[in-house]
Design a protein around this ligand. Structure first.
Ligand code: GLA
Length: 383
């Protein structure tokens, strides 16, 4: 039985009514890592791994949340939302809290959710939960919240309720994703453009280190603070600089000696990654996937050596991929410290790639990496 049907069946068993069913996808990011909170560019796409929500409004004030995968429930009055020790519930409660902070007086609701986005693998299961619930509540209560506002409220719920100071990429692509296209997001203007990503002969293949990125939230917040330190140094001389997005090479070079070495490395990486992404989009427009793939390798080197958010397992997988036939590019994806690598692999080599990666990773780490061959799908929507 497909996941959406399982969720609907469970909902009907518990609540004996017909719910709204919403699919909310995970995401990949082709290039442009740790650039979103520096007001730069990112190039994500929504994928075929998803979380499904079954929801319906109630007449009372209770929100009734059921995690299908954990077989666990939380109930709470919408008027007194507070943090739960069951952490999964916080991703949902933060959304209810933010909707009310926007001035909407919602009633209670029933919700069953679950899906096949691996948790802690860097595929944004948390954004899928936040944006998926925001979309569902907007729909069942007819709140009329616009798409970009849904994105922002989902991000705020992660920042303020879950406590991770994430950028806007994951929630944005979740809502705005479109089948067969990658989305170039300008995280300063919040404007976007789609670039076609259709090549029957090329597959996006993810290799999961099976290392859950537990360091991610504290180190993530540290990287963010280091980038802000760099901006503060430059602002003393150049008041127009509000983020690393505003920084040109010839300006930052003049101040290199004033930067603590780690802060310098972080800033250098971010400036280079934005440039790589812009050139990468030109590659895609010319269908030059070879050049695009090379930029993915360069992105990984920057994340490993300058931004220092990789880990030995990710480096091993990128190195192993680079030695396989038919691989155009490979790099770590998402926040880092575990999770997945993203690889561009020619279709006819995908089977060999999969076998070779599994066997070499297994003999090195005594763990079997999961491999996901992704299809680019639409963003969150009602089924
Ligand atoms: C996580 C965050 C995003 C982004 C990436 C790194 O996925 O949620 O906002 O910063 O890390 O690119």
């Amino acid at each position: 039985m497909i996941y959406a049907d399982k969720i609907e069946k469970k909902f009907k068993e518990v609540f004996n009514e017909t719910p709204l069913i919403v699919r909310s996808p995970g995401r990949v990011n082709l290039i442009g890592e740790h650039t979103d909170y520096n007001m730069g560019f990112v190039l994500p796409a929504a994928i075929d791994k998803s979380i499904y929500f079954a929801t319906s409004p109630r007449t009372d004030n209770i929100c009734y949340l059921n995690s299908f995968d954990l077989n666990d429930t939380v109930q709470m009055a919408v008027s007194s939302i507070n943090h739960q020790r069951k952490n999964w519930a916080n991703y949902l409660l933060g959304v209810v809290d933010q909707i009310q902070k926007l001035g909407h007086n919602i009633k209670g609701f029933n919700c069953v959710f679950g899906g096949d986005i691996p948790i802690g693998a860097g595929l944004s299961s948390s954004a899928a939960i936040e944006a998926g619930l925001a979309f569902s509540l907007n729909y069942i209560f007819e709140l009329g919240i616009e798409k970009l506002e849904l994105v922002k409220l989902a991000q705020r719920s992660e920042n303020e309720f879950v406590g991770v100071n994430c950028g806007i990429m994951d929630q944005y692509i979740n809502i705005f994703g479109s089948a067969k296209k990658v989305l170039k997001i300008d995280c300063r203007t919040l404007g976007y453009e789609y670039h076609p990503f259709e090549n029957e002969e090329l597959k996006i293949v993810l290799c999961n280190t099976m290392v859950s990125h537990s360091l991610a939230s504290s180190e993530y917040n540290t990287r963010r603070a280091q980038c802000e330190d760099g901006v503060r140094i430059l602002q003393q001389y150049h008041s127009h600089i509000k983020s690393l997005r505003d920084v040109e090479w010839d300006i930052i070079k003049l101040h290199e000696l004033e930067f603590p070495p780690k802060v310098w490395d972080r800033c250098k990486y971010v400036i280079e990654e934005n440039e790589r992404l812009l050139k990468g989009c030109e590659d895609l427009d010319r269908d030059d996937f070879v050049s695009f793939g090379n930029r993915m390798y360069q992105s990984h080197e920057g994340l490993r050596d300058l931004y220092e958010v990789s880990c030995p397992e990710l480096d091993f997988l990128v190195d192993a991929a680079s030695k396989q036939n038919g691989v155009l590019g490979s790099r770590m994806m998402g926040g880092g410290f575990g999770g997945c690598t993203i690889n561009l692999v020619q279709d006819s080599f995908v089977n060999d790639f999969e076998n070779a990666i599994i066997s070499s990773y297994k003999s090195r780490y005594n763990k079997t990496p999961e491999i996901y061959i992704c299809t680019i799908k639409d963003g969150t929507g009602a089924l």
